[in-house]
Design a protein around this ligand. Sequence first.
Ligand code: PMP
Length: 391
Amino acid sequence: MKKDFKHIRNFLAQQQQRYLYRSPRLNHSPQQPDMVIDGEKILTFCSNDYLGLANHPELIQAFQQAAANYGVGSGAAHLINGHNIEHQRLEEALAAFTGRERALLFSTGYMANLGAIGALTSKGESLYQDRLNHASLMDAGRLSDAKMWRYQHSDMNNLQQRIARSTDTASMIVTDGVFSMDGDCANLKELANIATEHQSWLMVDDAHGFGVLGETGAGLVEQEGLSSDDVPVLIATLGKGAGTAGAFIAGDHDLIEFLIQSARTYIFTTAMPPAIAAAGCKSLELMQKETWRRNHLQQLITQFKQGADQLGLPMMPSDTAIQPILVGGSDKALCYSQQLLSQGILVTAIRPPTVPAGEARLRITLSAAHTTQHVEQLLSALGKLNFSTEK
Ligand code: PMP
């Protein structure tokens, strides 16, 4: 008998009814503020290319040169014969940049998180996660043999209570550095103290802080003045501030050797293309050389926050490049996003399950590639929406 896909069709119809149906937009441009999407010229405020490096000529050149030298595909996993000299160069540069003994590349942040949590937690142990951590961390926790507990967002008392309630050994506390959909930062100092008190690992996923926060751009750990002893497992992705793709875990020599032997998403997958690693090396250089990018981004954040404040927009408490406007219902979020689009501005509506039900939002992200005029344009478009009364 033919398989009946009725439940799938029902699900799709329900997603439509609940304003939760999503489709990718077709992008014809490099990643930059002015883009052609679905055939329309629009000004975008939703990319994670925080430093505006994704389309940097020197990155493109580094990528092209490495592709000419080493071809496109890496051909195999790192432990077979896919570990190219460009991967090695990037791992060493990342270790030096983050002030750690070693770094290990993964093809995506999702895989780095699955790999690290899978390898570092075992049966009979407990794993604690902020309830707003990224989906890849949650999925890693579900796949792990350890018992996962979720504590209330940034609530240290709640975390302590959860630890007290568990009879298992506390093996790991995991947090986003900058929360991806809220833009606020984790309380790393307190988390480090709690982790030390319970002799547990502290793992920070600094996907949205890396390249952007801290004096040199090394991220939230640097901004908070913490060391590798405080945060022994640091993860960051390279597809956001660094403008390339992939991710890395940085830590001490033994941690990295352990992950090489045990992290399944490192062992059983093809290494990222060497040219991506070469572009990553160039990106690290530019992050350190072109410090104006971080400064300019900070100015844009201040400009936007002041403007949003004057307009009385329902902003979430964030000082980072992620500036969400909380609107509540998915229908409203979609409607506002559509209204902005009709003014030539793309800000995506973020809806469940990416955020909790009733907390849909417009997630505005700023980039060093934006100008102050771009931000003025955004504020002027937002000023035309009526956030308080619109249904
Ligand atoms: N962690 C966080 C906090 C993220 O926001 C993301 C991506 N949105 C990831 C991990 C996954 O990274 P990647 O896109 O490289 O898989």
